[in-house]
Design a binder for this molecule. Structure first.
Ligand code: VGL
Ligand code: ZN
Length: 181
């Protein structure tokens, strides 16, 4: 039997409308994500969790500074179903886009310890942390699917979403919509 984990990437206030680095579709994916949680054996949520000074803020507006309101989960995300929270981007010398670069939990070990064989990735942002997390999941040996209607993009440049989806396909990731899960 497959053991499945849903990885909810960075569904935080700063990445949703009204936040410091908002993905336009951030609010719309919340009900989809909440509705999927019961279909999984485990749910892991990642958080972008930056120090107030980091090289990361040379590329991006200040966002998701650890402990601030902007770093909290979206108010409508069902946090009761989350089994583990993985903090990433916690250093001041790197971006830490991938959940597999978490510093409080080694996500690959956590998944293997819990006998997870398949992971499904959703959340924000499609072209950064979702992409990086999904690619690393595949490299770590998990059958990996990205849920196409449960991801939202920052789209700093027009076309970034399409490019990210093409990279996902090239990397060998499965792309599925939530109604087929
Ligand atoms: C992210 C840009 C900067 C993400 C994090 O969660 O995808 N994007 N920091
Ligand atoms: Zn960040």
């Amino acid at each position: 039997m497959a053991v499945k984990c849903l990885i909810v990437v960075d569904v935080q206030r700063d990445f949703c409308p009204g936040g410091a680095l908002a993905a336009a579709g951030g609010d719309d994916i919340i009900p989809v994500i909440n509705g999927l949680m019961d279909k999984f054996d485990f749910v892991i949520a990642t958080k972008d969790w930056h120090p107030s000074q980091t090289v990361h803020f040379e590329k991006w507006p200040v966002h998701c500074v650890r402990g601030t309101d902007g770093a909290r989960f979206h108010k409508d995300l069902n946090i009761d179903k989350i089994n583990e929270v993985v903090l990433k981007g916690t250093g001041n010398t790197d971006d830490g886009y991938s959940g597999f670069e978490g510093t409080n939990v080694d996500m690959s070990s956590w998944l293997k310890r819990n006998k997870v064989t398949e992971v499904y990735v959703c959340g924000i942002a499609t072209e950064y942390c979702v992409l990086a997390t999904a690619v690393d999941a595949l490299k770590s040996g998990f059958k990996t699917t990205v849920i196409t209607d449960a991801i939202a993009a920052v789209e700093a440049a027009a076309g970034d979403t399409e490019k990210a989806l093409a990279k996902m396909k090239d990397a060998g990731l499965e792309l599925k919509s939530s109604d087929s899960i």
